[in-house]
Design a protein around this ligand. Sequence first.
Ligand code: PDD
Length: 289
Amino acid sequence: MGIYPIVLSQNRFTHQDNLTYPFEERGLQFGDGIYEVIRIYDGQFYLFTEHVDRLFRSAEAIKLQLPFSKEELKDLLQDLLSQNNMEKDGIVYLQATRGSAPRDHVFPGGVIANAYAYVKDLPRNLANLENGVSAIIKDDIRWKKCYIKSLNLLPNVLAKQEAKENGCYEAILHEEGIVTECSSSNVYLIKNGHIYTHPATKRILHGCVRMAVERFAAELQVPFEEEAFKLTDILDADEIFLSSSTSEILPVVTVDGSPIADGKPGEFTRKLQEAYREDANISERQLTI
Ligand code: PDD
């Protein structure tokens, strides 16, 4: 359990103890960087290309030159798993920043990006998947480029902490009554057999699991409406669920203390969870949620 010893630093492998950064580092001082969290089941990446593509889109959006190409990064990350003999369920966390340089808001000249990645065990949360979770509602106070997976997560951290302090798992965010997403996941409402979720604009992160949910909905012939829903729609919903690489597809059974429908995970969410398990090739021994 825990973090595996071999980590990726730039395009080389090293022991985690060797990974140190100076305190004048732009990720540390400005949050001037981007990241990805990629799910692993039985030692295999899930939605791998989607995550690598998004990392490169985020890099381009902040004018960051990554120290590897897409193909090089894919090979490096595969090697990271094999170097650690990783064969369980887990995640890779990868971040890239604008590098180490004397503190100055202006981009440093001639400085190479700092990139690292590590692997960690993360068992599936079977109790949450089975029973569903609770959420609170919070104002979305983030910046206007949420499609970038930026290291600047202070509003997300504050919202998630408040959820926790209220005995909840997530915070559903809204902008003037329009639901955008959650602090660290995308959110969906089901009404009369249609799935509604905020369109993939700059206001939300374009989740890799969200892309998979869209695909599952098409396979299940459930209409996937990229139409934002309102706070006032929540208590009339048939089902609410959220999605992320760490949470998978998770039923939300109460919001701000009120039950959604009968307060139990709904049938469409169950079908999507099943589609997820098949798509991610989650092994037999883990099939019961
Ligand atoms: N968070 N929206 C936000 C704000 C997120 O931080 C995340 C993921 C998602 C879902 O994205 P994906 O389906 O690609 O995991 C949506 C990751 C897991 C994290 O920050 O730990």
